[in-house]
Design a binder for this molecule. Structure first.
Ligand code: MG
Length: 228
């Protein structure tokens, strides 16, 4: 097991039918104040802390950080009530369950997501993908506001747990936005883009990932793109 696959969650492995975003906006309004017209700021590929900062530009990063734990508590409590709605309106994206099951024999898999950790855990658990993940090795939106800095955090956690370093091309970052590609490339990892989020294959390919897939439904194509 010398490869570490770091999976983006929303738009790459699962979708929540918009319920997570809706719950997050309500929690932000409750903790940080009324949402401005920036309420509809584009969330994809951004960390939750980054989304809060962009939604409330008048708050200092320190002010956001100080309220972060309260926000996480409010958000997680509200989202935990929505399990059946998420299962009904959302789902694991096509091919993901089979692919993750196959990859278990070849690699360590963990989330790398802008979601705060407890939200990522609930989503993956409810939609059946948590068993394939070494969740503690992953890196999350509460670990840092800058996505690119989540890769070294996950690599360090994996190194600590598995007793060997993971660097460069040992690591594969898979995601559905240019933010995911950039985050992998800045860290010298292999990057695989999947067009199951808001971006098309062409839009993703313009950012020069190592491979671009329309979705994860073609098992052989996905294995080749990820493990090459
Ligand atoms: Mg995503």
């Amino acid at each position: 097991m010398h490869k570490l696959i770091l999976w983006d969650v929303d738009g790459t492995l699962i979708h929540t039918g918009g319920i997570a975003g809706e719950t997050m906006r309500k929690a932000m309004a409750q903790v940080f104040g009324p949402l401005s017209r920036r309420e509809r700021a584009f969330y994809s590929g951004k960390t939750d802390r980054q989304i809060i900062q962009e939604t409330f530009p008048d708050l200092t990063p320190t002010a956001v950080f100080e309220q972060l734990q309260t926000f996480i508590t409010v958000y997680v409590e509200a989202f935990a009530q929505r399990q059946f709605d998420v299962i009904a309106a959302g789902g694991a994206l096509p091919g993901t369950t089979t692919l993750l099951a196959h990859l278990q024999a070849h690699a360590i898999q963990a989330p790398l997501t802008g979601n705060v950790a407890p939200i990522a855990r609930l989503k993956l658990d409810w939609l059946g993908l948590l068993p394939f993940m070494h969740f503690e090795v992953g890196a999350y939106g509460n670990d840092h506001h800058e996505r690119a800095l989540l890769v070294p955090i996950a690599a360090e956690r994996a190194a600590e747990h598995y007793g060997r370093p993971f660097t460069g091309q040992d690591i594969i970052v898979v995601g559905d936005t240019p933010h995911d590609i950039r985050c992998g490339k800045l860290n010298g990892t292999r990057t695989v883009a999947v067009a199951t989020g808001p971006y098309t294959c062409d839009e993703l390919a313009a950012h020069q990932p190592d491979a671009t897939l329309p979705d994860l439904n073609d098992l052989d194509a996905a294995l080749a793109a990820i493990l090459t």
